[in-house]
Design a protein around this ligand. Structure first.
Ligand SMILES: C[S@@+](CC[C@H](N)C(=O)[O-])C[C@H]1O[C@@H](n2cnc3c(N)ncnc32)[C@H](O)[C@@H]1O
Length: 291
């Protein structure tokens, strides 16, 4: 949804834009093109590996971009350190990148057999997916599978995880895939997603505290925008989209921001055909009210 992001941000020259989830720099490169010749872009990401890819991709824009190894929830501290009071636009494209899914070796995908890590930032100490599976209470696991995975068999899976870890602690992705497949039983309807999809998504959201970080960001974002500045958020999960939707409405009622999308924008059929992972994307835009 690159064009929707560019229009949503109202990209213009001589302004600073923030891509809070820069990933491999796809949106960032498009923003730099659109705000040429002197618009600048700050890209943030928790993952130091994808930042290296972004740095290589954005190299042609030399002095017009700056990358930060940071959570977008810490944008306020970065603005302070850089001496910039506010920016013209912020975009968040939540979730994980294709690189992380396919090539990180950190267990985001259930296709191969990789260590169950799932941290976006492996340099920071923090619980991995294996740590969570091996130590969380059954109630906590059920909550994770239910809330973050919208998994109808959350309680059953939680019990099975606890029984399995008594035999052998979780270390690799295929241990979890096998457990989910056994719990699911044989057969899967045509078009139905792999039964491990929801469980893997749930663990990733829990490991990276994705909902909490988004809530922190949304608590402060209007203060980081200049009057007329734009916020664009693309979410892929109903919990995230609900948070964004409610915040945008609350800001509008408080006279802080104006919603520019009453209903979220969704990808075209052609875009989903090209990139099936985009099928659940919802994009919302708001503008900071002029003083
Ligand atoms: C869907 S990808 C972004 C892709 C990017 N828009 C592009 O065009 O290449 C999401 C990225 O957000 C990053 N991420 C997730 N949570 C984050 C957070 N709290 N702060 C910073 N980056 C985060 C992930 O590491 C991942 O690289």
């Amino acid at each position: 949804m690159v064009e929707e992001v560019l229009v949503g941000l109202n990209c213009r020259p001589a302004r600073v834009y923030v891509d809070g989830t820069v990933g491999e720099g796809g949106h960032a490169a498009a923003i730099l093109e659109r705000c040429a010749p002197d618009g600048r872009l700050w890209g943030l990401d928790k993952d130091p590996v994808v930042l290296e890819t972004a740095a290589a991709r954005l190299a042609p824009y030399t002095s017009r971009f700056h990358l930060f190894h940071s959570s977008y929830a810490r944008l306020g501290e970065i603005l302070k350190e850089e001496g910039v009071p506010a920016v013209a636009g912020i975009v968040l494209d939540l979730g994980l990148s294709l690189h992380q899914l396919q090539r990180s070796g950190r267990g985001f995908s259930f296709q191969g057999d990789e260590p169950l890590d799932m941290r976006f930032d492996p340099l920071r100490p923090g619980k991995t997916a294996a740590d969570l599976l091996n130590s969380a209470t059954p109630a906590a696991l059920e909550k994770i599978f239910k809330e973050y995975g919208e998994e109808p068999r959350a309680r059953r899976f939680a019990r099975l995880v606890v029984a399995a870890r008594r035999q052998q602690p979780f270390r690799f992705t295929q241990q979890l895939v096998t457990l989910v497949q056994q719990a699911q039983g044989p057969g899967r309807r045509r078009g139905e997603r792999h039964p491990a999809t929801r469980v893997f998504q749930a663990l990733r959201i829990a490991v990276n505290r994705e909902i909490e970080e988004l809530a922190v960001f949304l608590g402060e974002a209007p203060a980081w925008l200049e009057p007329g500045g734009r916020l664009v958020v693309i979410s892929y999960h109903s919990l995230e989209d609900r948070l964004v939707k409610q915040r945008l409405l609350a800001w509008e009622k408080a006279g802080l921001m104006r919603r520019l999308t009453r209903k979220p924008l969704i990808p075209t059929v052609e875009e989903v055909r090209r990139n099936p992972r985009a099928r659940s994307a919802k994009l919302r835009v708001a503008e900071k009210v002029e003083n």
